[in-house]
Write a protein that binds this ligand. Structure first.
Ligand SMILES: Cc1cc2nc3c(=O)[nH]c(=O)nc-3n(C[C@H](O)[C@H](O)[C@H](O)COP(=O)(O)O)c2cc1C
Length: 255
């Protein structure tokens, strides 16, 4: 197993840092090859700008999507982006670890996706018959992904009726709109709640939960998101009436 661990936390001596160390150590003990992208340690540049696309960018190209695709195919992307592409191409499994900040990922990780998941590399790939590959198919299909996050909110508040909402709803933009969109199979996330006040016993439980999830990385069933091109959606990519009848919202996209 080739595992890429994407880590977005500014402080290595944090709970997140301890879990990262535990996770990487566990994977190596299990015989996996592990590479890391420690975004703060790398001083990852989190904003897309014209420098990402070579010297010609910005003058004649106005649409970022088109720019990134052209840049990818012409090899003009900046070296830090290309290095992440090489790691992703190498990996069969990717762990995305971050603290929940304002219901989402820290900006540095959002900027990693903005700059690394460019057209032609992570999306915008077509089948020979012309249809666009996305949501379960595409450039990163065959790879597994798992989100590992810490959250200050207590366990009871993150759930179907908890005030913070259900975790897979909070993670829908990342798990469905980004990872599954690019073709990756997304394993259920591991969330450590109440992360601002963790006793030694709670830390031991969290570390064991993480080890268990890492032991089953290659066997656990992914979230059964619906595939775009398997017939569940009509030509406008709207879920057909007979599926999840009378229901709407995020949940209907999981079979
Ligand atoms: C800027 C910021 C925003 C946060 N937003 C949330 C939030 O939306 N939901 C939540 O449960 N916790 C939130 N928290 C709490 C963090 O998730 C928590 O402090 C962190 O996961 C603890 O792990 P650490 O000690 O490794 O940083 C936030 C913390 C910060 C600093």
């Amino acid at each position: 197993m080739n595992v890429l661990w994407i880590y977005a936390h500014p402080e290595p001596r944090s709970l997140g840092g301890a879990l990262r160390d535990e996770g990487v150590r566990t994977l190596r003990e299990l015989g996996a090859e592990v590479r890391e992208s420690d975004l703060y340690a790398m001083k990852w540049k989190p904003v897309v700008d014209a420098d990402d696309f070579g010297s010609a960018a910005g003058e004649e190209r106005l649409i970022v999507g088109a720019t990134s695709k052209d840049a990818y195919h012409s090899g003009e992307l900046s070296d830090d982006i290309l290095a992440e592409h090489e790691k992703l191409a190498w990996a069969d499994t990717v762990i995305f670890q971050f603290p929940l900040w304002w219901y989402g990922m820290p900006a540095i990780l959002k900027g990693w996706f903005d700059r690394v998941f460019v057209k032609g590399f992570a999306y915008g790939v077509r089948h020979p018959d012309g249809h666009t590959l996305r949501y379960g198919e595409g450039a990163l299909a065959g790879k597994r992904a798992m989100v590992l996050l810490t959250a200050g909110a207590p366990d009871a508040t993150i759930g179907p009726r908890g005030v913070n909402g259900e975790i897979n709803d909070l993670l829908f933009p990342l798990q469905h709109g980004t990872l599954w969109y690019a073709g990756m199979s997304v394993l259920p996330p591991l969330t450590v709640c109440g992360a601002d006040r963790v006793s030694p016993e709670q830390y031991a439980d969290a570390a064991e939960a993480l080890r268990e999830r890492l032991r089953t990385l290659s066997t656990r069933d992914p979230i059964p998101f619906r595939r775009q091109n398997d017939g569940d959606y009509d030509e406008d990519l709207v879920l057909r009436d007979h599926l999840a009848p009378g229901r709407g919202g995020i949940g209907v996209h999981t079979a």
